[in-house]
Design a protein around this ligand. Structure first.
Ligand code: SF4
Length: 619
């Protein structure tokens, strides 16, 4: 198979041993790459009572067949393991130059097991692996300092994927950060690195895989660039980043406010144009991307003691989480909260939702000033920044907030229906009431309340024809009828992004992806086959979650994010979960009693080993 090196690097931090693992052509054809190949590797390590912070939980950094090629918007990598935040399947994705350089080492991915005796970082270059002491970096400086120091020690052309205080302190929603402010967020992969005493994975290299049909690929790349340039959303991403969506999100009722209890707020105070008016802004892009959705805010000095004169700008999710969700419309505070989370490597969504939950409980007098040691009033910018700092340092009430809303509710004795999460992952800034299908996708998706796996807000948007290219047609977003079948397709389709390691904002239609796959790897597939790849990925990850104890009861949207609001774009609307779940389970061949994919479905998808294991067929 072209497009792959056909091997992964395995590093055991307990023994310090390294080895190459070969990946067969058959497995490449079946699992493609990214998070799906990672799931295949991780499956065998999963034990029902596994502690995600134990050395037995591996972490996998994986690229896809397109990574390192000139296909646009493919410099992405998946970082996967069992999530320290949810205890279930965890995956994060990141961009920048790290993915390209990871593949440039000559490996399709890296699997890390065990735990080092003291802090280390791993340096992988073409043909060499070193495990280096990182004691001088642990607890010393933020992620920007760490990246600079490591590059100075090794190679300025390396990419450093590292953790900050978030990962070191095992915060449930700690990120891995690379190429300055690129974040692999959600699911706490930073804590997984921290549990291994692994401060950073550093990669450098320029190796390229062979391309099956270079002339034909050149043509597809040119067409892909034209498609991206002419896409209606490209200019919006360039100008405003993802926060171009804030106004529309508010009107649709998709942007939650006041901890999911409101959906109407003054969006113009914090939307994309407002940021452009207030700050001098720049863009940055992942390698080979003609869009450049990354934001830089110039002339922003976080505090008098630093020489920093610019920071990474917040994107839509972050603006939503520290903005309307906390009823805060102070842009400086949102920028600063984003900077603190990035600098210390924690997830802005989970941090924002946890702070908003504290505000909600404070208003109800469930969390008192005496318990919290401070006032936690809605919309107070100073309080938000103070809480972010306390979460990072694990100080006072910050230690509780760092565990996320599920644990907060449990420890405070609050009704679990008040905790805004699915399977332990906090809801992102897309309200489940806005699209019935999105609510279902949150409930059954592989990593809990994840906006990237059931992206109705983007696929069911005017002018977006990506779904149409796979025969996916959208019906009334407020009508639950036939949303089970539609969501099954959307989930399978969204699985492709982290498996092929394509950017989620890529507007490339299915026939173009299939053609590029053929030209890069030589693997023939029809556009509709892409959905089968996605379905296999979804079922494999579901089986991992089943092994870890997930049943249908966990496919649940809590009342706080489901009960109808009285105002705004979703007024009076409640997702009909029972109706949609029944249809989804039937269409997907999942067993209603156990919540597992049925044996025949697993066999049909070529997951025979999983079926044997999950149904204990050996005995
Ligand atoms: S759109 Fe943004 S995240 Fe996607 S590849 Fe381009 S710069 Fe990276």
């Amino acid at each position: 198979m072209k497009g792959y090196f056909g091997k992964l690097l395995k590093i055991d931090l307990t023994s310090g041993k390294t080895e190459e693992i070969s990946v067969s052509d058959a497995d490449q054809k079946k699992y493609i790459g990214g998070s799906t190949l990672a799931a295949k590797l991780i499956y065998d390590y999963v034990k029902p009572d596994m502690d995600p912070l134990s050395p037995e939980n591996p972490i996998v950094f994986a690229t896809g067949p397109f990574t390192g090629s000139n296909v646009p918007m493919v410099s992405r990598a998946a970082i996967c393991g069992i999530s320290p935040g949810t205890g279930l399947w965890g995956e994060a994705t990141t961009g920048g130059k790290f993915p390209m350089r990871l593949k440039g080492t000559g490996y399709d991915g890296i699997l890390i097991t065990g735990k080092a005796k003291q802090p280390v970082y791993i340096y992988v270059s073409e043909g060499a692996v070193e495990i280096r002491d990182a004691a001088h970096l642990w607890g010393n400086g933020d992620i920007y300092d760490t990246q600079e120091k490591i590059k100075a020690e090794i190679d300025t052309k390396a990419s450093v994927a590292c953790i900050g205080a978030g990962g070191e302190n095992l915060i449930h929603y700690a990120n891995v950060m690379n190429d300055e402010g690129r974040a692999a967020g959600r699911c706490g992969m930073g804590a997984l690195m921290g549990s291994k005493n692994l401060k950073a994975l550093v990669v450098s290299g320029t190796q390229k895989t062979k391309i099956a049909y270079p002339a034909s690929l050149k043509k597809v790349i040119s067409e892909a660039r034209d498609t991206i340039r002419s896409n209606a959303y490209t200019q919006a991403y360039k100008l405003y980043g993802t926060n171009f969506y804030m106004d529309l999100a508010m009107r649709l009722g998709d942007a939650p406010a006041k901890y999911f209890t409101k959906s109407v707020f003054p969006a113009a105070k914090i939307h994309g144009p407002a940021f452009r008016e207030r700050y001098r802004m720049g863009n940055y892009a992942c390698a080979g991307c003609p869009i450049g959705c990354g934001r830089i805010i110039k002339d922003f000095t976080p505090n008098a003691a630093t020489n920093i004169k610019q920071v990474d700008g917040p994107e839509y999710e972050t603006v939503g989480a520290f903005g309307p969700l906390c009823m805060n419309f102070d842009m400086d505070a949102i920028v600063m909260a984003n900077h603190l989370c990035n600098a210390h490597g924690i997830d802005t969504i989970s941090a924002g939702v946890s702070i908003a939950f504290a505000m909600h409980l404070y208003e109800k007098d469930i969390l008192t000033k005496k318990d919290a040691g401070m006032e936690i009033a809605w919309g107070n910018a100073d309080t938000i920044l103070q809480l972010v700092n306390m979460i990072i340092r694990q100080e006072g009430i910050g230690a509780l907030l760092s565990k996320g809303v599920k644990q907060m509710a449990a420890e405070l004795g609050v009704d679990p229906e008040e905790a805004a999460h699915v399977k332990g992952l906090e809801f992102p800034m897309h309200d489940p009431r806005a699209y019935q299908g999105a609510a279902l996708a949150y409930a059954v998706g592989p990593r809990g309340a994840c906006h990237l796996k059931g992206a109705f807000y983007s696929l069911d948007a005017p002018g977006n024809e990506v779904g149409l290219s796979l025969g996916i047609t959208f019906t009334d977003k407020n009508n639950p009828a036939q949303k089970g079948a539609l969501t099954a397709k959307i989930l399978s389709f969204c699985e492709l992004y982290n498996s092929f390691t394509l950017c989620q904002f890529s507007p490339l239609p299915a026939d173009m992806i299939a053609q590029a796959l053929y030209d890069v790897t030589g693997m023939k597939c029809k556009p509709m086959d892409l959905l089968t790849f996605g379905e296999r990925s979804l079922n494999l990850k579901r089986a991992i979650n089943n092994k870890l104890g997930v049943t249908r009861a966990d496919d649940h949207i809590p009342d706080i994010a489901r009960k109808a609001l009285s105002e705004g774009g979703t007024a009076g609307i409640e997702p009909d979960m029972d109706l949609m779940l029944k249809e989804f389970y039937t269409v997907s061949s999942w067993d209603w009693d156990t919540g597992k994919p049925n044996q025949e479905k697993l066999m049909e998808l070529g997951l025979e080993d999983v079926a044997i294991d999950l149904y204990d067929l050996k005995n």
